[in-house]
Design a protein around this ligand. Structure first.
Ligand SMILES: C[S@@+](CC[C@H](N)C(=O)[O-])C[C@H]1O[C@@H](n2cnc3c(N)ncnc32)[C@H](O)[C@@H]1O
Length: 261
C-alpha cells in the first residue's frame, strides 16, 4: 500500500523533484566498490528514498538511514523488492551491523541539519566507523543563499504544488534569513481539501475557503567546505576533493565535500 501522509507529501514536494545531484551519486557509487559494482552504500537522511531508490535501481546495495520512521515507511513501500535496507536511527549516534560500506552519502545539506560542531563531529565519527578502509564519505552542503522575505514584499520562488488523494498541497518558500551561525528557511504549507473547494464553488455568497495552513521552519547550520574538511580530519577522515552542484530553477547550487576513511 502506498503511504501518503501529509508528512510524506510535503517531503516529496519539497525534496523529491531535485535531480541535479543524482548523476554524481551514481558516479561515486559506480566507482566505490573495490571489485566493481555493486557498491555497498549508506544513504544518511534518506527520507522517502529519492537517492536510495535511484542507486538501488542502478544495482547497488543500499542502506537507507533516517530518523523519521514515517518517511522510511514510504521508502519501503516504493522499494518493493529492490535491494534496500532501512534503518530508523539518528545520524549522530547510529550503530549498524555492517562497518564495510564502500560509500556513505549525505545529500541535500542534511549534515547542516544535525546541529553545531559537536553534533557534526559525532556524525563524522559514526560515518567513519561504518566505512571500510578507503571508503568514501560524500556530503552535499549549501554555502551561499540569497536572503528574502515575502513579508517585506520580496517575491520568493514559485510555490510547488501537487494534487493527491482529494487535496491540493501547496508549499511556498516565504523567507530565507541568514544569521551568524545558521540559515532559517521558512515555508508556508497549505492544504485545500477538494470537498471544501466543491462546497465553496456551489454556494453563492459563502466565504472563500480557508485552507489548512502551517508554517514550516528549518534551520541549517552555516558551513563551508574548508571547515567541514577540518572537522572531518579531526574525526579521522582524510579530505580528498570537492565537487560543485549547479543551481536549478528551484534549488540553490551546492558543494559536495569528499572524504576518505
Ligand atoms: C533535506 S531531507 C533529504 C532527504 C533525501 N536524502 C533527499 O535527498 O531527497 C533531510 C533528511 O534528513 C533527515 N534527518 C534530519 N535529521 C536527522 C538525524 N539527526 N538523523 C538522521 N536523519 C535525519 C530528515 O528526516 C530528512 O529525511
Amino acid at each position: 500500500m502506498v503511504v501518503s501522509t501529509p508528512e510524506v507529501v510535503w517531503h516529496d514536494l519539497e525534496c523529491g523533484s531535485y535531480r541535479a545531484d543524482q548523476p554524481l551519486w551514481r558516479e561515486l557509487a559506480d566507482r566505490a566498490a573495490v571489485d566493481g559494482p555493486p557498491a555497498r552504500v549508506l544513504d544518511v537522511g534518506a527520507g522517502t528514498g529519492r537517492v536510495a531508490l535511484d542507486l538501488a535501481l542502478a544495482g547497488h546495495r543500499v542502506t537507507a538511514l533516517d530518523v523519521d520512521a514515517g518517511l522510511l515507511e514510504a521508502l519501503r513501500d516504493r522499494a518493493a523488492d529492490m535491494n534496500i535496507d532501512t534503518v530508523c536511527a539518528d545520524a549522530r549516534t547510529f550503530e549498524l551491523d555492517h562497518d564495510d560500506f564502500d560509500l556513505c552519502l549525505v545529500p541535500m545539506q542534511t549534515v547542516q541539519l544535525l546541529g553545531g560542531p559537536g553534533e557534526r563531529a559525532a556524525f563524522l565519527k559514526r560515518a567513519g566507523a561504518h566505512l571500510r578502509p578507503g571508503g568514501l564519505l560524500a556530503l552535499a552542503i549549501v554555502t551561499a543563499v540569497e536572503p528574502f522575505d515575502c513579508a517585506d514584499g520580496d517575491v520568493g520562488p514559485a510555490p510547488e504544488r501537487v494534487h493527491l488523494d482529494g487535496a491540493l498541497y501547496v508549499s511556498r518558500p516565504t523567507r530565507v534569513c541568514v544569521l551568524a551561525e545558521s540559515i532559517l528557511i521558512e515555508r508556508e504549507r497549505l492544504i485545500y481539501r477538494d470537498r471544501d473547494r466543491a462546497g465553496a464553488g456551489h454556494s453563492q455568497g459563502r466565504d472563500p475557503i480557508e485552507p489548512q495552513a502551517e508554517r514550516d521552519v528549518i534551520e541549517l547550520q552555516r558551513l563551508d567546505a574548508a571547515r567541514l574538511e577540518q572537522e572531518a580530519f579531526s574525526a579521522g577522515l582524510h579530505p580528498e576533493s570537492t565537487r560543485t552542484l549547479s543551481a536549478t530553477g528551484d534549488h540553490v547550487g551546492g558543494t559536495v565535500v569528499m572524504l576518505r576513511a
